[in-house]
Design a protein around this ligand. Structure first.
Ligand SMILES: [Zn+2]
Length: 354
């Protein structure tokens, strides 16, 4: 446990559900964990007792990625964990593969409706169809403009051509819209939708005042910081500002709210964690400003922000994150963007800023 994590409380200690098992967390609320084929090797899912449209069963929040390992774990959850009860509704916090990967498979199997925000539904459909702009090949010129010239790395990224569709074989054709501030009934309780930006197009977290539980999705994670990247499809975006502003939307929640994150373990200490995350980004921003005394590409900033060796998958996230920090500093009038003859975008401190 790192020193920052030690400032949080984990009420279940190190207990986590085994693949295929479910763990009761609160009345009518269960936790399942699905495997992921990455260094980040799991995603948490939540099963809530429900009686939806007159159908008793469970509302599921997030589905796991569309891999054979996750399907196998689901068969055990369905048969043993929830004893053959149906899923009566599938809610997704956002469009990333570990959250919507099996949405089509599960909604079809149970005739369950799919609830998600419009922004996330649109992006999930676009990426599942590998449309130009959001597909993997579109990322290559974006990375090149930001200074990635290593041929082996570019080849490794090119080879991920079918990345999203391979993990998200289908997304339902229709959806029910989740909207910010909406109150939705799930079983005996009401949950408030809190949308968040910067990590994904229109992420939905869910807060239940009666249970004092926040399903945080990827917006607040206990051990790692949420990825905040500039992507090829929105090359001039300021996602870090969107993300930091979105954290402010959790300010009125109780300090002892039980936070259910998509990765890691349920914890208490929401406001401590948000303070840590703000501090983390402030430190990274300060480092970037210092480095930009002379013109720097985002690729040159990566080793300053990430002091470890990165594989191609990690580098794509790190580079997007470096651009996000550089862009915020441009929007704040601390850096300026320079176009060069070599086609690489560089960033330099505006004189007068120390
Ligand atoms: Zn995500």
């Amino acid at each position: 446990m790192n020193p920052l994590e030690a400032q949080l409380a984990y009420p279940l200690g190190d207990t986590v559900p085994a693949p295929g098992a479910v763990l009761a967390l609160a009345p009518g609320l269960r936790w399942a964990r699905m495997p992921l084929p990455f260094a980040l090797d799991h995603v948490n899912l939540w099963l809530l007792d429900d009686n939806f449209d007159g159908r008793p069963g469970y509302t599921l929040i997030d589905t796991g990625a569309g891999t054979d390992a996750t399907r196998a774990a689901w068969e055990i959850v369905l048969a043993d964990g929830i004893k053959g009860a149906p899923l009566v509704r599938v809610i997704a916090t956002h469009c990333h593969p570990d959250h919507v990967g099996l949405s089509g498979w599960l909604c079809d199997r149970f005739g369950a409706p799919f609830w998600i925000t419009t922004g996330e539904f649109g992006f999930a459909r676009m990426m599942a169809a590998a449309l130009p702009g959001v597909d993997e090949p579109s990322a290559i010129p974006h990375f090149e403009r930001h200074g990635l010239v290593d041929a082996a790395m570019l080849d490794a990224l090119r080879s991920r051509r079918n990345y999203y569709p391979s993990l998200v074989p289908s997304v339902p054709d229709a959806y029910t819209r989740l909207q910010d501030g909406q109150s939705i009934a799930i079983g005996a309780h009401r949950w408030r939708v809190i949308t968040g930006f910067g990590h994904s197009p229109e992420h939905a977290s869910l807060y239940c005042p009666e249970l004092n539980v926040l399903v945080a999705g990827d917006m607040v994670l206990p051990r790692i910081s949420t990825n905040v990247s500039v992507f090829a499809v929105e090359p001039d975006g300021n996602p870090l500002q969107l993300y930091l502003d979105s954290l402010g939307k959790f300010a009125d929640l109780p300090d002892d709210v039980l936070v259910l994150p998509s990765h890691g373990k349920p914890f208490r200490g929401l406001h401590t964690r948000i303070r840590q995350l703000r501090e983390h980004h402030k430190e990274r921003l300060d480092e970037v400003v210092q480095a930009c005394t002379t013109p720097q590409s985002a690729m040159e900033i990566v080793p300053i922000m990430f002091k470890r060796t990165l594989d191609a998958h990690q580098l794509s996230f790190a580079l997007g994150e470096a651009v996000a920090h550089l862009h915020k500093l441009c929007f704040d009038d601390i850096l300026r963007k320079l176009q060069s003859n070599d086609g690489i975008i560089r960033f330099q401190r505006i004189s007068g800023h120390l």
